[in-house]
Design a protein around this ligand. Structure first.
Ligand SMILES: C[S@@+](CC[C@H](N)C(=O)[O-])C[C@H]1O[C@@H](n2cnc3c(N)ncnc32)[C@H](O)[C@@H]1O
Length: 410
């Protein structure tokens, strides 16, 4: 029935439900099929065309790795020469699918029965993939030694308590302590210490102090959203890389920044403060910021950080940006520096005929929408024609500054 349904349309859902029931289908079955139809439509963003052949649960879809990122995880395992990947807590099988698609043998382990059943359907096009309904811990204890030696381990622990409190939208609340994840981070660390090739996906907001020693930590963004940090241990880690930022965009090739130093290392140059606020101001991608690589990014682009707590840096206009840095940061040509005063900004906007204002901010507590109305007046009264500008608000040391800028093309 599910495969015979038309493309999902929320407005038609009730009519369709009634029609299917009139045809004699049991109400529970109809409602389950329509839920799957809705989830398949929602899953297209992560799984593309694959979604139309998959089964989902609401929580499973929220937690699933999108295929473009899962493909990169799989490439790590393949490039390290891993023959078998055990996905310990495979969920609906996002990561397992990608590994199977690259031709590796996959053992997808899942503790939740319904989720394991869905993963079984989702992985059915790949005969080299098996789903085991058991816990990661039990699987590790019972895997034959010879097979274990050839098996790389992937963990994407559940970071929400499925039985705990929920948000107003019905999502389970996120946990923050890696030991309360399921499986806990320590399982991965222990397996890595025993010499296994281990990869772990965690939320990108993890405090640097909680990142275990001896691994490569890679923050990944997709179209500007930082989606994860992956920790790579053993043969999966790149030699000499402690921190990495990977920037993925639909319309551009992937770009990476890596560094060998541990978190909190002194930047190579001192922050310039307000004096350095000239030329081009660069806003690094979120993955660069989360990986703590702003100063390294600045150096690569011939620039300098302004303040050690603020993720902007400046470089002289015309300073060559090396090819490997293109895409790591977005640049804005500084046109003018103004005092941070609503009255002054209002006057500036009127003098320059500004009718559209993009507001960016770091380290200052302002509500951009409200400030825009204060500066330009209410949206209804702004002229359709007029100058478009970017206003960058930040704090350098004790000083709050406003910078008028225009985005660089490309
Ligand atoms: C974040 S999801 C994995 C998502 C998956 N990477 C994907 O792309 O679809 C984590 C999964 O681990 C399962 N899980 C939690 N604790 C587990 C354990 N101890 N052993 C096996 N599976 C576990 C949960 O039921 C959940 O489905």
């Amino acid at each position: 029935m599910l495969n015979s349904l038309p493309p999902y349309d929320a407005e038609q859902s009730l009519t369709l439900n009634q029609r299917l029931r009139r045809q004699g289908h049991p109400p529970d079955t109809v409602s389950a099929a329509l839920t799957q139809s809705r989830l398949r439509a929602a899953a297209e963003a992560k799984f593309g065309d694959f979604a139309s052949r998959m089964l989902f649960t609401e929580d499973g879809l929220q937690q699933a790795t999108r295929l473009s990122v899962a493909a990169r995880h799989a490439e790590r395992f393949r490039d390290a020469g891993v023959a078998v990947v055990a996905d310990l807590g495979c969920g609906l099988g996002g990561d397992a699918l990608a590994a199977a698609a690259l031709g590796m043998q996959v053992i997808a382990v899942e503790a939740d029965e319904t989720t394991a059943a869905a993963a079984t359907v989702n992985l059915s096009p790949f005969p080299e993939a098996r789903v085991r309904h058991t816990t990661a811990e039990e699987f590790i204890e019972t895997q034959p030694t010879e097979e274990a030696q050839r098996t790389g381990l992937w963990l994407d622990p559940a970071r929400r308590d499925p039985h705990g409190a929920r948000t107003a939208e019905g999502s389970a609340l996120r946990l923050t302590d890696p030991e309360s994840f399921s499986p806990p981070l320590s399982l991965a660390v222990d397996l890595a210490a025993a010499g296994r090739a281990v990869g772990v996906k965690l939320g990108p907001g993890i405090a640097h102090g909680l990142v275990p020693e001896g691994c490569e930590a890679e923050w990944v963004s997709v179209d500007g959203d930082v989606v994860e940090v992956a920790l790579w241990f053993g043969s999966l880690a790149r030699p000499g890389v402690r921190r990495a930022a990977t920037v993925l965009r639909r319309d551009a090739p992937p770009v990476q920044l890596t560094d060998e130093d541990d978190f909190g290392a002194e930047p190579a140059h001192r922050p310039t403060g307000v004096e350095g606020l000239t030329g081009i101001i660069w806003e690094p991608d979120g993955a660069v910021i989360r990986a703590g690589l702003v100063a390294e990014c600045a150096e690569l682009c011939g620039g300098r950080i302004l303040d050690e707590h603020i993720a902007y840096f400046c470089a002289p206009e015309g300073a060559p940006v090396p090819e490997e840095a293109v895409g790591l940061a977005r640049g804005y040509r500084i046109l003018e520096r103004l005092p941070f005063s609503v009255k002054r900004l209002k006057r500036w906007a009127a003098e320059h005929g500004v009718s559209r204002l993009e507001i960016k901010k770091r380290g200052v507590d302002v509500a951009p929408e409200q400030l825009r109305t204060q500066i330009l007046g209410s949206a209804r009264r702004r002229p359709a024609e007029g100058v478009s500008r970017t206003l960058i608000l930040t704090r350098l040391g004790e000083e709050r500054v406003a910078v008028v800028a225009e985005p660089l093309n490309g």
